[in-house]
Design a binder for this molecule. Structure first.
Ligand SMILES: [Zn+2]
Length: 340
């Protein structure tokens, strides 16, 4: 009775204020949602991963006793840990610009990473300036006086391996109808800065730089693919951004396409040749900084690893490496075709 009387008096005395209250409540509750969807941390915007996943139509939930956060759709799994600067997209490690953060039981990723990694790979149609896909520039690393990595015991020199795989890739691409430009097609020395200049002068649509690794430890093995580090981020080998990381280069105009290309190339390598998968990483390599087209640099294994060195001596294995690069480039092209 009393409640009814109170309601009655409210309705009678203040119908206007009631609507004001309803409007105020709606505004406040929307703001609460917005605050949760995006938070500020160390001067950067972070986005709630459950909200981000929703934008891709993905389910979001914690796994393994609240240690791994998963975004999931029919074909895609994205796994992220707390305070981790890496995510796994269908198992493929992708290095982020900034570690994830947990707040009030929710996991957040830097909005920059959301754009440079998730959007670039999952919904590249969100970006304008879709690149062409006709003329492929292959850059065989090193050459001439610059031997690159080497394994004397197996008589392996990186410059020779790079050129061998580059030529195999060239022939596959030409058979498939692409135009191919080589930055070098013989054992000559070409300065680093000349290589992107050649790609730009020839109006290349895609640039792939081929390399092999070496390490002090003979156990190091696996593939890695590098895309240009986005502005304001640290490259993958550094934990935090430094003074030089605010620089922006011509190659950063291609950020979404660099990531998309890198993802498909790394994925194809691991799929066809096997692991360990060292992932898609970021670096400001000179050959990538001044490109006018999308580009990546691949490290096709460690010549310092005896098992890898043994395989690299066989033409069959080098052909397989070239074939997986071809697959990655073709998959990237197919993905571009699906963008209107
Ligand atoms: Zn190299």
């Amino acid at each position: 009775m009393q409640v009814g009387a109170l309601e009655g008096s409210c309705l009678r005395f203040a119908p206007f204020f009631r609507w004001v209250f309803v409007l105020w409540f709606m505004m406040v509750s929307t703001e609460v949602v917005a605050q949760r969807a995006e938070i500020q941390h160390e001067g950067r915007t972070y986005i709630d991963l459950a909200t981000a996943g929703g934008q891709f139509g993905m389910k979001a939930y914690w796994l393994k006793g609240h240690t791994i956060f998963r975004l999931r759709s029919q074909w895609t799994n994205v796994d992220l840990g707390k305070e981790k600067k890496i995510l796994h997209l269908n198992g493929l490690p992708i290095y982020l610009g900034f570690p994830t953060i947990e707040s009030s039981g929710r996991l957040y990723m830097a909005k920059a990473d959301y754009q440079h990694v998730l959007q670039s790979i999952l919904t590249p149609q969100a970006f304008s300036g879709k690149p062409g896909f006709r003329r492929i520039v292959i850059d065989a690393g090193h050459g001439g006086k610059d031997l690159g990595a080497k394994n004397d015991a197996y008589k392996l020199y990186e410059k020779d391996l790079n050129l061998d795989v580059a030529r195999r890739l060239k022939s596959m691409l030409e058979t498939a109808g692409y135009e191919v430009v080589m930055t070098r097609n013989s054992d000559v020395y070409i300065p680093l800065e000349r290589r992107p200049q050649i790609a730009n002068r020839e109006n290349g649509d895609l640039f792939i730089s081929i390399h092999f690794n070496a390490a002090g430890s003979s156990t190091a093995e696996g593939f890695e693919t590098f895309a240009l580090t986005p502005q304001y981020q640290a490259s993958s080998k550094y934990s935090k951004p430094g003074r030089g990381d605010s620089a922006r280069f011509d190659g950063n105009e291609q950020d979404p396409w660099n990531t998309l290309l890198g993802y498909h190339v790394q994925r194809s390598l691991v799929k066809r040749v096997g692991g360990p998968d060292r992932g898609l990483k970021r670096a400001r390599f000179l050959v990538l900084k001044h490109l006018d087209c999308p580009g990546v640099l691949v490290e096709l294994g460690f010549v310092s690893n005896p098992a890898t060195a043994q395989k690299l001596r066989t033409a069959v294995f080098r052909q397989t490496l070239a074939q997986s690069l071809f697959d990655g480039i073709a998959l990237y092209g197919k993905r571009l075709q699906r963008i209107p």
